[in-house]
Design a protein around this ligand. Structure first.
Ligand SMILES: *[C@@H]1O[C@H](CO)[C@@H](O)[C@H](O)[C@H]1NC(C)=O
Ligand SMILES: *[C@@H]1O[C@H](CO)[C@@H](O)[C@H](O)[C@H]1NC(C)=O
Ligand SMILES: *[C@@H]1O[C@H](CO)[C@@H](O)[C@H](O)[C@H]1NC(C)=O
Ligand SMILES: *[C@@H]1O[C@H](CO)[C@@H](O)[C@H](O)[C@H]1NC(C)=O
Ligand SMILES: *[C@@H]1O[C@H](CO)[C@@H](O)[C@H](O)[C@H]1NC(C)=O
Ligand SMILES: *[C@@H]1O[C@H](CO)[C@@H](O)[C@H](O)[C@H]1NC(C)=O
Ligand SMILES: *[C@@H]1O[C@H](CO)[C@@H](O)[C@H](O)[C@H]1NC(C)=O
Ligand SMILES: *[C@@H]1O[C@H](CO)[C@@H](O)[C@H](O)[C@H]1NC(C)=O
Length: 495
């Protein structure tokens, strides 16, 4: 082995290095769905705080609500937004409708609000009115609108599906799309392959178990089966229904020769409460399902059919939603109650049992101090100089090339310094005066790798992308830092 390297040309070494790091850098992600079918949820601003406090980096919403888009500006949270089924008609009819929507409803908030996916239609096969003929033209028009704005590589267009698009899902190797959907699935798969967009699917082992408890074991649905289910065609062993369902999709895609399309799970989860007949809907089972799911996904374990394959998964749902119709369980899929307390503890890092109830939004003061946008340049400069000098604030993060240098404005630099001073000195009102140029906010001003100090975290966290801005939070998404670290290495090894 070592001998081989001696004779290898630098170029070969470089390629090997690149391949090695490319392999290392792939990482699965966990996001959460923010459904709003309820009349008692916190305002989007509060939700943005909650999401950041728990280090949730990926969020799916079902529309393009302006309040939500605004609330997530400069939070670093990546949003998947949606065009509801009821809006497909205008989007499918005229290119101009898609262009106008993009221009008026999305671009004003982008890129301050990070948007990475647009779902055009959701589970159209489950929709009572038949909208399946509209979805492809609507997707194409949205894609064309993005292309005109030069954003089609940054914002991917797809559509979500129920697993019922498959006519067969067991054994996984026999997975096949239902031929009655071929008329829209075939052009859709071509679109996804061409634009490198993922196939989006909502996967619910809970329903499979509830509807067929004699055939499906609870342990198999909850990722804790001690026995294995064998696929007789491939010999692959399955210990979870989740994996079996994902592989059924991969095999269905392969059967149609779509080998490059990735799968993304846009909803999965487990309800914590149900009607008396829904005996499996308990906090314990919900916690078990979601904890095991996170551990399984974060590990980049992949599935038996695609070992090591990265998989991005969104947990349904952020809140219990009291206005959802149907059985009791429908209103109890949330990780949080509307008052922002946790329904059960969940460790997003996949490393062990930690109680997220300790990290509830009220346990942090939730106030930050920033510079007033109406203050004069002179006053701001004086206050900034004071904070970084006599005020004893560590201002290294706002120096060139450091995490908080960009945007390179007085307002931004002063905000960072004011907040550090405010937090270090006990977060009292008087600590945010700065001669009238400081204002308090309950919105966390952190963005990208620039982490604003919170009360009790008296460290210069901004210099350290892996450091957590809030000491009380235990849900850690380490993945972003890891990916950016990888990219730097790849970049360096190019030279
Ligand atoms: C839905 O519409 C498509 C195209 O208009 C048609 O081919 C299909 O049969 C319809 N499905 C149902 C269930 O009506
Ligand atoms: C259990 O599986 C058998 C055979 O696969 C099937 O005939 C039966 O309908 C299933 N039972 C339920 C409750 O789904
Ligand atoms: C995750 O990976 C670790 C080590 O890489 C391993 O010990 C653990 O069993 C894995 N967990 C699962 C659920 O695969
Ligand atoms: C969480 O918030 C609730 C109020 O919403 C509060 O009663 C509880 O003490 C908080 N828990 C912790 C650990 O701070
Ligand atoms: C923040 O909390 C600390 C201690 O819990 C308290 O002393 C301080 O007054 C609080 N600040 C604000 C603005 O509520
Ligand atoms: C925060 O740290 C600074 C120096 O790093 C120290 O002077 C200050 O007393 C600390 N504040 C608190 C509240 O611990
Ligand atoms: C930076 O991160 C490392 C580990 O990633 C940690 O040991 C160190 O204490 C952190 N430094 C600060 C200032 O948070
Ligand atoms: C990030 O992950 C590394 C190892 O992967 C670990 O040592 C470190 O403690 C983690 N940091 C945080 C903040 O989770």
């Amino acid at each position: 082995m070592a001998k081989g390297f001696v004779f290898a040309t630098p170029v070969v070494v470089l390629i090997l290095l690149l391949l090695f790091y490319a392999e290392l850098c792939r990482a699965s992600t966990i996001g959460v769905c923010y459904g709003r079918n309820a009349d008692d949820l916190p305002t989007p601003d509060k939700v943005a705080q909650l999401v950041q406090l728990h280090k949730i980096k990926y969020l799916r919403i079902y529309d393009s609500n302006i309040q939500v888009l605004k609330a997530f500006a400069n939070t670093g949270v990546e949003l998947m937004i949606g065009i509801p089924n009821s809006d497909l008609l205008p989007f499918s009819q005229f290119q101009a409708n898609a262009d106008t929507w993009l221009k008026n409803s999305i671009l004003p908030y982008y890129p301050a609000t990070k948007i990475t996916y647009i779902t055009v239609g959701a589970e159209i096969t489950e929709n009572p009115s038949n909208v399946s003929a509209l979805v492809i033209p609507a997707m194409q028009n949205v894609h064309t609108a993005l292309k005109k704005a030069g954003l089609h590589k940054k914002i991917k267009v797809s559509s979500t599906h129920s697993l019922r698009v498959l006519s067969r899902s067991f054994p996984p190797s026999a997975g096949a799309f239902d031929p009655k959907y071929a008329f829209f699935l075939k052009p859709m798969l071509e679109f996804l392959a061409e634009n490198e967009s993922p196939f989006m699917v909502d996967i619910y082992p809970y329903y499979a178990y509830r509807d067929s408890p004699t055939n499906v074991s609870l342990d198999y649905a909850l990722f804790q089966s001690s026995s294995e289910v064998i696929d007789p065609n491939t010999g692959l062993l399955y210990t979870s229904m989740f994996d079996a369902q994902i592989d059924a999709l991969y095999f269905a895609l392969m059967a149609l020769n779509f080998r490059t399309i990735k799968i993304m799970v846009t909803e999965t989860g487990w309800p914590s409460k149900g009607s008396p007949k829904e005996t499996a809907a308990t906090p314990d089972n919900a916690q078990t399902y979601n904890s095991n799911l996170i551990r399984h996904v974060i590990n980049d374990t992949g599935t038996p059919g695609k070992p090591g394959e990265e998989l991005d998964v969104y947990i349904f749902s952020l809140f219990n939603e009291n206005r959802k119709p149907g059985l009791e369980s429908e209103r109890n899929w949330g990780l949080f109650y509307p008052d922002q307390t946790s329904v059960y503890s969940l460790d997003f890092s996949g490393r062990g049992a930690v109680d997220i109830t300790q990290a509830n939004i009220t346990s942090s003061n939730g106030t930050w101090c920033i510079a007033s946008s109406t203050a004069s340049e002179l006053d701001l400069q004086n206050a900034l100089d004071w904070a970084c000098g006599p005020g004893n604030v560590d201002c290294s993060a706002i120096q060139p090339s450091q995490a908080c240098y960009q945007p390179d404005t007085l307002l931004s630099h002063a905000s960072y310094a004011f907040n550090s001073y405010y937090q270090q000195t006990g977060a009292t009102d008087v600590a945010c005066s700065f001669g009238g140029t400081g204002v308090k906010t309950n919105k966390n001003p952190s963005y990208d790798n620039c982490l604003y100090m919170t009360f009790g975290s008296n460290t210069s966290a901004a210099n350290n992308v892996t450091a957590s801005p809030s000491s009380s939070s235990s849900i850690e998404f380490n993945i972003t830092a890891w990916i950016s670290g990888c990219l730097v290495v790849v970049f360096l090894s190019l030279f």
